[in-house]
Ligand binder design. Structure first.
Ligand code: ADP
Ligand code: MG
Length: 235
């Protein structure tokens, strides 16, 4: 099967015009297999979020190639990129970014609505099943403000999985949680990775959590300086 993600020679520069040009990614090569569970680690400012935003088609590389699920993204039109993002990718951020005026269930349904313009009975069943699976069914009709931080982040994770993405990009998904809740949320990512076969690329500052991933990509000063592959079974 094709790699779910392939990066070749990715460079990213900012600036130009009046401001000096700064290159923050200096030629990144990286591949992820379908169903991978990988950590992206590195010091603050090393380029982790920039790399994730490039993979997430939120930014374009200054040079290099991005292939998602076997499709070349670097040559795709804006419309094709938007379609691919909605169909293939899920996002989880440090802060949940749930829409405050909508219930947990409505937030979870949002990617389906955004992708197809209307909701099917299947969409509603999928949202229900995911909320039940993650222990959130009792909170389905609550607004984000009425939920704990851990519950909010679980809703955001469920939302990311709604459209059955091939790859979920998570930027410090547990960064705003206490360590016990962070463990629980991380466990949920791992379980959903196994159950749904979704690949995950997770930026984390927590070495303990990173060590529980199957792969660790180490970024330093905009360069990939090493990849650790887990040998035995994880956890
Ligand atoms: P990390 O997520 O690892 O902390 P980032 O990807 O956020 O790192 O940032 C990497 C480097 O790129 C930093 O030096 C940051 O200041 C710079 N950078 C990020 N975004 C921009 C931007 N829009 N314009 C200019 N520089 C940026
Ligand atoms: Mg960052």
């Amino acid at each position: 099967m094709a790699d779910i993600l392939r990066l070749q020679g990715i460079r990213k520069r900012y600036g130009g015009g009046a401001s000096p040009v700064v290159e923050v990614l200096h030629g990144i090569d990286l591949t992820l297999a379908p169903g991978a569970f990988a950590a992206l680690v590195g010091p603050s400012g090393s380029g982790k979020s920039t790399l994730l935003n490039l993979i997430g088609l939120l930014e374009t590389p200054s040079a290099g190639e991005v292939w998602l699920a076997g499709e070349p993204v670097h040559t795709a039109s804006d419309a094709a990129r938007t379609a691919l993002r909605n169909r293939c990718l899920g996002f989880v951020f440090q802060f949940h970014h749930l829409l405050p005026a909508f219930s947990a269930e409505e937030n979870v349904l949002m990617p389906a609505l955004a992708g197809r313009g209307r909701l099917s009975a299947d969409d509603r069943r999928r949202a229900r099943a995911l909320l039940e699976r993650t222990g959130l069914a009792p909170y389905a009709h609550k607004r984000p403000m009425q939920l704990s931080g851990g519950q909010q982040q679980r809703v955001a994770i469920v939302r990311a999985l709604m459209n059955r993405p091939r790859l979920v990009l998570a930027d410090e998904p547990t960064g705003n949680l206490d360590s016990h809740t962070a463990q629980e949320v991380f466990d949920l990512l791992r379980e959903l990775n196994r159950e749904e076969g979704t690949a995950f690329l997770i930026v984390t500052h927590d070495p303990g959590l990173a060590a529980r991933c199957d792969q660790q990509f180490h970024l330093q000063d905009g360069q990939l300086v090493g990849v650790d592959e887990a040998t035995g079974p994880q956890r």
